[in-house]
Design a protein around this ligand. Structure first.
Ligand code: ZN
Length: 250
């Protein structure tokens, strides 16, 4: 192969690969730095095979054919994986303390600022996806506020709490351990205060009853008579938990 300056060390051919009934596009990419054939599934559902130095398109094709099982599995995974979280831009409505509030640009031409509800935050680029910055802000707010609320309820109901953490759980609003640690999901700052209170009381009552027995629910009802309304809100808004940001790390 002759390489010309500026052309780089790659060249491509478009091929197809038969997968059972399906025929998927396959790109063959030569890479003189590659040491072996590499098969990848691209986000658009096509396949890509890297051809190493000294390799051939025919061998790449055979390599892909030997790996159709793997390819099918990967394509299935691609098709069924959860979609990426939606972008948040100015104009997007988000839940904040149970209300839908609109993300707005800073007033009076303030650049690098956005606001929603009572909050004003600085962002690097107001035209970019605001979600990571806003979620970080919400998490910080939750970490500051939620533990106080837990302590207030704990004092009122005379339950001993050892530790409170505010986390980014995948699928739960709250949990508690036998040692007396209560963990709350920062997204509770997006829920109405009565829902937040319910989750806190639910976890506090677990410090008395570590199960979901009738006795446990009686305790919950005693301290939180309208807990079923809160449960309903959580059920109706369970999408909040699924909208996970990808850039948040605990
Ligand atoms: Zn529970």
């Amino acid at each position: 192969m002759i390489l010309r300056r500026g052309e780089g060390q790659r060249s491509q051919d478009e091929e197809y690969l038969n997968l059972g009934e399906r025929r998927i596009p396959m790109r063959l990419v030569r890479n003189s730095r590659a040491r072996r054939y590499v098969l990848r599934v691209r986000p658009d559902g096509s396949a890509r095979v890297t051809i190493p130095r000294g390799g051939s398109a025919a061998e790449a094709q055979r390599f892909a054919e030997r790996n159709t099982r793997w390819l099918e599995r990967e394509l299935h995974r691609l098709a069924t994986r959860p979609s990426r979280p939606k972008e948040w831009l100015t104009g997007t409505e988000i839940f904040f303390r149970g209300e839908l509030v609109k993300i707005e640009a800073g007033l009076n031409g303030e650049s690098g600022r956005v606001r929603f509800g009572s909050e004003v935050i600085d962002v690097a680029d107001p035209a970019a996806d605001l979600r990571p910055a806003i979620e970080r802000h919400l998490w910080r707010l939750a970490a500051k506020e939620l533990p106080h609320r837990v302590l207030e309820h704990a004092a009122l109901d005379q339950v001993a709490v050892c530790r409170i953490t505010v986390r980014n759980q995948r699928s739960r609003w709250g949990s508690c351990s036998r040692r007396g640690t209560i963990s709350l999901n920062w997204r509770l700052i997006q829920a109405p205060p009565f829902v937040l209170d319910y989750i806190i009381l639910h976890e506090l009552m677990h410090l008395r009853e570590m199960n979901h027995s009738a006795r446990f629910w009686r305790e919950v009802e005693r301290v939180c008579p309208h807990y079923e309304t809160a449960e309903l809100w959580l059920k109706q808004n369970s999408a909040l938990l699924r909208q996970r940001g990808s850039r948040n790390q605990a």
